[in-house]
Write a protein that binds this ligand. Structure first.
Ligand code: DP6
Length: 326
């Protein structure tokens, strides 16, 4: 009897320039390139064990056995790895998130990055960072950006082989912080995969896609120069551009809650008072406040006094996906 096992860990990430809309849903190719920072406090630790003793794939996430569509998405990913490795054995997948279950934070990026690395290693594959990023992309688009460390760019590319993420700066490049204000722990009504499919129904989608390249180039240059006064407004503009597409798709998707909008106004006031902080959102109501390490405590202090903020989670730039064992 043989057992093939590996454990890997990966960070979630926050996009400064967002991925919204797919040009090929089958290959998970994005409508546009994107730029993000890995989040050191939001991680997923995953162990994959292939064994001929298993009759079927078993998936345990945060102590609970997954069933239905959530399990199927992981089984499909295991099938990709099995096909690459020429392996038939079923697997047991045990995965734990470092962040509170149901905090309303997406775990597909850290989850599929960790799963791709653990499963490929357990299957005996030694994938390059590029191959691993491509594999993770198939599981969830944003997961490809969690494979390299620090600040990463996912180039939309021309085909599957050249659509992957690369590091543009290591974690130690810049002590940026993502101070996440949790305003809802509810599971979102429209998941990202479903939302991506609606993007082309918005009359703003093509305009957004056409505007990304320039914004991304400017954001990347500002990031490399550690120039938050230039980067911050680009981050906000891109988040608004994505949410404008969401809100004008058919049917429209509204992710913000009253407390999300309240925080937009608060952050604008704080900035007027001299506190250098900017906001962004993913496909949900929680607000990500981006600031430099020196302003983190003040941002946290102000957030704690605001009604509707249920919890605050702070992350700095995180490392890439890595094998923990064996
Ligand atoms: C709003 O990567 O979750 O967070 O590829 O269908 O799994 P799938 O979608 P996903 O979409 C993330 C969308 C976003 C923006 C971003 O992270 O770039």
């Amino acid at each position: 009897m043989y057992v093939l096992e590996a454990t890997a860990v990966a960070c979630a990430n926050i996009a400064f320039i967002k991925y919204w809309g797919k040009r090929d849903a089958e290959l998970n190719l994005p409508a546009n390139s994107s730029l993000s920072m890995n989040l050191d406090r939001l991680t997923t630790l995953t162990t994959v064990e292939f064994s001929p003793n298993y009759d079927d794939d078993l998936v345990i996430l945060d102590g609970r056995e997954e069933t239905g569509a959530a399990r199927q998405r992981i089984v499909t990913h295991l099938d990709r790895v099995r096909a690459m490795a020429g392996l038939r054995a079923r697997a047991k997948v045990v995965s734990e998130n470092s962040f509170p279950v149901g905090a309303g934070l997406a775990s597909s990026a850290s989850g599929f990055a960790a799963l791709s690395l653990a499963a490929s290693r357990a299957a005996g594959l030694e994938l390059s960072q590029q191959e691993l990023s491509i594999l993770a992309r198939f599981g969830s688009g944003s997961a490809c950006r969690s494979v390299p460390g620090g600040f990463t760019e996912w180039t939309a590319g021309t085909c599957s082989e050249d659509s992957f993420a690369t590091q543009i700066a290591p974690p130690e490049h810049w002590e940026l912080r993502d101070v996440i204000a949790i305003v809802s722990r509810a599971h979102k009504r429209v998941g990202s995969t479903e939302g991506h499919a609606l993007a082309p129904t918005s009359h703003l989608h093509q305009a957004r896609v056409a505007s990304v390249a320039e914004r991304l180039a400017q954001a990347k240059a500002a990031l490399l120069e550690k120039d938050l006064a230039t980067l911050g407004p680009l981050i906000e503009e891109d988040a608004f551009s994505m949410h404008a597409v969401m809100m004008t798709s058919r049917p429209p998707i509204h992710y913000w809650l009253p407390s999300s909008i309240r925080l937009i106004h608060e952050v604008q006031n704080w900035r007027a008072e001299g506190l250098e902080v900017y906001f962004t959102f993913d496909a949900g109501p929680n607000v990500h406040l981006i600031c430099q390490a020196g302003d983190q405590a003040e941002v946290e202090r102000r957030l704690k006094g605001i009604e509707g903020v249920l919890e605050v989670i702070v992350s700095g730039p995180g490392p890439g996906a890595r094998v923990i064992a064996p």
